[in-house]
Design a protein around this ligand. Structure first.
Ligand SMILES: [Zn+2]
Ligand SMILES: [Zn+2]
Ligand SMILES: [Zn+2]
Length: 206
């Protein structure tokens, strides 16, 4: 493999800032039009599936819709719970879905780049940049659990370069970063017990 491919040189005109895929600020303010986020995500998913000849079946769509209840990750168990609660309202005589139904739907959504698994939380989130399976960086707020997904080409390149040095084959170039989102930072700006004045870690224990 040529060295250029291993150590790609950043394009001089390319902005070094994180590429949020054209989405407006990654952490959206409280009270933003989330119905619009949800509609956009479902529309993009339909489009993505159409382009790749995949079928966004009713159950896959429902699971994706639940993932977009907000910008927080959700466990498979909670997805199942919400799914069955909703179907009990929609069709009271239907049998509740079993866990494999949810896992199969999640598998499909992840394979088609419509959702991600956050390993550190063992939970799932709708992809902010739907597209084929893709590397991404997740900024996870420890306080409100909101997650922002960023796809930085630069970070992807750095991971590739570091992996090449190690002779490592990257299969899931996903980075999970914990911290405090803009909305939660002010509430945590006082230093924690045992921490210095610059502390903003959000943890009460040092
Ligand atoms: Zn939203
Ligand atoms: Zn994504
Ligand atoms: Zn937060």
């Amino acid at each position: 493999m040529p060295m250029r491919a291993l150590f790609p040189v950043p394009h001089p005109f390319r902005s070094p800032s994180a590429d949020t895929g054209g989405a407006s600020p990654a952490f959206l303010p409280v009270g933003h039009d989330h119905a619009q986020c949800r509609r956009d995500a479902l529309d993009k998913a339909e489009e993505q599936c159409r382009q790749h000849g995949a079928r966004l079946t009713d159950i896959r769509r429902k699971v994706l819709d639940i993932l977009w209840d907000d910008h927080r990750p959700i466990s498979a168990y909670d997805i199942l719970h919400r799914l069955n609660a909703q179907s009990a309202i929609d069709s009271p005589h239907s049998k509740p879905a079993a866990p494999p139904v949810v896992y199969r739907a999640l598998d499909f959504l992840i394979t088609h780049g419509l959702a991600h698994k956050l390993t550190s939380l063992n939970a799932f989130i709708g992809s902010a940049h739907p597209g084929r399976q893709h590397g991404a960086q997740f900024f996870i707020c420890r306080s409100c659990h909101t997650v922002a997904e960023v796809r930085s080409a630069r970070i992807g390149q750095e991971i590739s370069a570091a992996a090449a040095v190690l002779g490592f084959e990257v299969q899931a170039p996903v980075v999970e970063v914990e911290g405090l989102c803009p909305a939660c930072r002010p509430a945590h700006s006082a230093p924690c017990a045992g921490h210095d004045s610059a502390c903003a870690c959000g943890q009460s224990e040092p």
